[in-house]
Design a protein around this ligand. Structure first.
Ligand code: NDP
Length: 320
C-alpha cells in the first residue's frame, strides 16, 4: 500500500469509527434516565447563552424536554423572544432574557433578573460564540471580536454566574461549548512554542494571567502585522486560540472551585460538539445541531458528577 492509499485507508477508518459512535450515541439518547438518576426537577434552573439558534437552541430544547426550567438568552431581544415562543408553544418551560456576553451592563442586569425571578442558577451552558472564518479562510480581521466573545465574554459570564449558583447535593454545573481546534497538543493545529505549551498544560504554571497574556500577545501581533510568524495555530488562528483559552480557563476554574465545601460544589467542564451544520459552519458540518447538543446535555445531567476540569467529545473524555 503506498502513502496515498494508506492515508485514504486511515480516513475511511476514522469515518467508520465516527459513524459507529454516532449510532451508539443515538441509542444512548433513546434510553430514558431512571427515577433514581433524575436528580433534577422543574425547580432546576438552567441558563443557556446564545440560545436563539444553532446548538444553543437545541441545548435549550433538550434540557427543557428533560423537565428542567431553562432560560433561553440571546443578545437580540426580538429573535430570542421568537425562539423562546417556539419552545413554549411546544409545551416546554422556557423563559427568556436578553444577554450579551461581551456587555457588562447586560450581564449585570441579567444576573439581577435571574436572582430576583428564579433565586439562582443550577446549570450554566456557555454556548455563545463567533467565528468569522468559514472553510479554509484564515483572516484575523475580526480577531479582537473573536477573542473578546469566545474567551473574555465566556470568562465574564462564568465569573458573574458563580455567586448565583445554588448549593445542592449533586453540585451545580458549568458546561462550555468549545472546540477541538483549541487543543493544546493537537497534531496539526497548535502553538509551536514548546515552552508556552508546557506552561499552559501544567496545572502548576497555568493561570488566568498566563492565558490573558497569551491572548494579549496574539492581539498585539495582529495589530502590528507580525502574527503570521508568531507560531500560532495555523487553521482558524483567532478562533482556535479563543477556544484554547476557554479550555485552559476551564482547568483554572476547576482547580479554584475544587476548594469549595461539599455542599457548595460547582463542576466545570467543556466539550467539542463536532462539526455541526449551523450558520457558523455555513451549514457544512457533519452532525446535526441536535447531535451537537448531546454532550452538553449528558454533562449537565450526569447523575453523580464528580468530574471537573475536563474536555469531552461524543460523551468521552479527550485530551486538551
Ligand atoms: P451559531 O452561529 O448558529 O450560533 C452562535 C450563537 O452565539 C448565536 O445565537 C449568536 O447570536 C450567539 N452569540 C454570538 N456572540 C454573542 C454575544 N456576544 N452574546 C450572546 N450571544 C452571542 O453557531 P453554533 O450554534 O454552531 O455555535 C455555538 C457554539 O458552538 C459556539 O461557541 C461555537 O464556537 C461552538 N462550536 C461550533 C461548532 C460547529 O461546528 N458549528 C464546532 C465547535 C464549536 P446572534 O444570533 O445574535 O449572532
Amino acid at each position: 500500500m503506498d502513502q496515498t492509499e494508506k492515508q485514504l485507508d486511515k480516513k475511511e477508518r476514522t469515518k467508520d469509527r465516527r459513524e459507529k459512535r454516532r449510532q451508539e450515541i443515538s441509542l444512548l439518547r433513546s434510553i430514558p434516565y431512571s427515577g433514581n438518576q433524575r436528580w433534577w426537577s422543574a425547580e432546576t434552573i438552567a441558563v443557556v447563552t446564545g440560545a436563539n439558534r444553532g446548538i444553543g437552541f437545541q441545548i435549550t430544547q433538550q434540557l427543557a424536554t428533560h423537565g428542567i426550567t431553562v432560560i433561553l438568552t440571546s443578545r437580540e431581544v426580538a429573535v430570542g423572544e421568537e425562539s423562546a415562543k417556539v419552545l413554549k408553544e411546544g409545551g416546554l418551560d422556557v423563559g427568556f432574557h436578553q444577554l450579551d456576553i461581551v456587555d457588562d451592563v447586560s450581564i449585570d442586569s441579567f444576573c439581577a433578573w435571574v436572582k430576583e425571578n428564579y433565586g439562582g442558577i443550577d446549570i450554566l451552558i456557555n454556548n455563545a460564540g463567533v467565528n468569522h472564518n468559514v472553510g479554509s479562510d484564515n483572516s484575523v480581521e475580526a480577531a479582537e471580536t473573536v477573542i473578546n466573545t469566545n474567551y473574555y465574554g465566556t470568562k465574564k459570564m462564568i465569573k458573574a454566574a458563580i455567586p448565583l449558583m445554588r448549593p445542592s447535593a449533586q453540585g451545580a454545573r458549568i458546561v462550555t461549548v468549545s472546540s477541538r481546534l483549541g487543543r493544546l497538543n493537537g497534531k496539526r493545529n497548535r502553538i509551536s512554542d514548546d515552552d508556552l505549551r508546557q506552561k499552559l498544560e501544567d496545572t502548576d504554571s497555568l493561570s488566568e494571567e498566563l492565558i490573558d497574556a497569551t491572548m494579549t500577545k496574539f492581539l498585539e501581533q495582529v495589530k502590528d502585522g507580525t502574527w503570521t510568524s508568531g507560531g500560532w495555530p495555523q487553521t482558524n488562528t483567532d478562533y482556535s486560540l479563543s477556544k484554547l483559552a476557554v479550555n485552559a480557563f476551564t482547568r483554572v476554574m476547576a482547580k479554584k472551585l475544587s476548594s469549595r465545601s461539599e455542599a457548595e460544589k460547582i463542576y466545570i467542564n467543556c466539550y467539542c460538539p463536532g462539526m455541526v451544520k449551523t450558520a457558523m459552519m455555513g451549514w457544512a458540518g457533519q452532525v446535526t445541531p441536535e447531535e451537537g447538543a448531546d454532550t452538553a446535555i449528558w454533562l449537565s445531567l450526569l447523575p453523580d458528577q464528580v468530574i471537573s476540569g475536563k474536555f469531552f467529545a461524543e460523551r468521552r473524555e479527550i485530551h486538551f
